[in-house]
Write a protein that binds this ligand. Structure first.
Ligand SMILES: C[S@@+](CC[C@H](N)C(=O)[O-])C[C@H]1O[C@@H](n2cnc3c(N)ncnc32)[C@H](O)[C@@H]1O
Length: 312
């Protein structure tokens, strides 16, 4: 099963066929009916009013699925653009490396967008290059990790990931979540912290210290030879943003962060239209003509040795 089929199974079907989810979606549809003329479609209403342009925390399964329907294809395209552009510098030598020795920790993984993009991209690679990956997706919302789990479950994993994908989805509301995970990498391996459209979420300025401690602690235990972080979003954040603060704290020891690449570009993204017709009549949503949006990304190598040498 490839990505398109998995998307239908995991995201589209439950929106229409799961009674509880469908009931909630119908409530949004009824609210949209009251102000139809203000929006070009139910898709537009969901994007703006229900999901607050991807900033609303998805606190129900229906919301997490609406997020996946609305933003996952767009963010997948952002990730694929980064993979294509940085294939020879980063993704080929470090993610698709053999033998398997990669741990990817996807922070704020949502429905597992970044990893599904990496898995979908490999469809164009020779089978010997296909993923052999230890992946840990973590998110504040279990409704999101439930969808991630469905993407990585046996029924949808066959072609998308292959057999050598090992996913884990800890409950990060438990303060000991990462101690309970076997997050070590074999000697000489690669550890990647992946931040796909994460850092602009509300409340993260208060969590910067927590995430610095968290990734430092995981890294120092992991015995990886190479540690990277991958960031992508619509922008890199201004001087006071959570991401900027996060990097500054890691940089306290000069030389800790080394830039592999930093780019401002744009991406053509896929989105769908026809959610109302899907819910009410069972007509599959149609792809909208692709649009362009800004894409900023960077890949940084983290050299924690500077911290170890300084005894901190
Ligand atoms: C915009 S979505 C991005 C999801 C996915 N990475 C993608 O590219 O589509 C941001 C995700 O971060 C999660 N999130 C928000 N605040 C968080 C926090 N403090 N800790 C962990 N995850 C958080 C949200 O639940 C949501 O799934």
């Amino acid at each position: 099963m490839g990505y398109q089929e998995a998307f239908r199974e995991v995201v589209l079907k439950p929106l229409r066929e799961d009674t509880e989810i469908n009931h909630e979606v119908n409530q949004y549809l009824a609210a949209y009916d009251q102000c139809r003329t203000e929006f070009s479609s139910f898709d537009h209403y969901v994007r703006m009013k229900v999901l607050g342009y991807a900033r609303t925390l998805c606190e129900t399964r229906a919301l997490a699925l609406l997020y996946s329907y609305t933003y996952m294809p767009m963010h997948m395209d952002g990730n694929k653009k980064v993979i294509e552009r940085e294939f020879s510098t980063f993704f080929n030598p470090y993610i698709y490396q053999k033998p398997s020795n990669v741990m990817m920790i996807d922070v704020g993984c949502g429905p597992m967008t970044a990893c599904v993009a990496i898995a979908d991209f490999q469809q164009g690679l020779q089978p010997k290059k296909h993923l052999e990956l230890d992946y840990m997706g973590c998110d504040l919302q279990s409704f999101m990790t439930d969808i991630a789990r469905d993407f990585s479950s046996k029924k949808s994993t066959n072609d998308l990931f292959g057999d050598r994908f090992r996913g884990a989805y800890p409950n990060i509301k438990d303060p000991h979540w990462f101690e309970q995970m076997g997050s070590s990498v074999n000697d000489g391996g690669t550890l990647v912290f992946y931040f796909s459209y994460f850092w602009e979420q509300g409340g993260l300025t208060e969590e910067v210290g927590k995430w610095v401690d968290c990734i430092k602690s995981i890294s120092l235990k992991a015995r990886a030879q190479n540690t990277f972080m991958v960031y992508l979003n619509r922008d890199l954040g201004d001087s006071g943003s959570a991401y900027t603060e996060f990097k500054q704290r890691i940089q306290q020891r000069p030389g800790t962060l080394e830039v592999v690449c930093v780019e401002k570009t744009n991406q053509k993204y896929q989105s769908w239209t026809g959610l109302e017709e899907w819910i009410t009549e069972g007509i599959y949503p149609q792809p909208r003509p692709k649009k362009k949006t800004d894409l900023h990304y960077e890949i940084l190598r983290i050299n924690w040795k500077h911290f170890e040498d300084a005894g901190s």
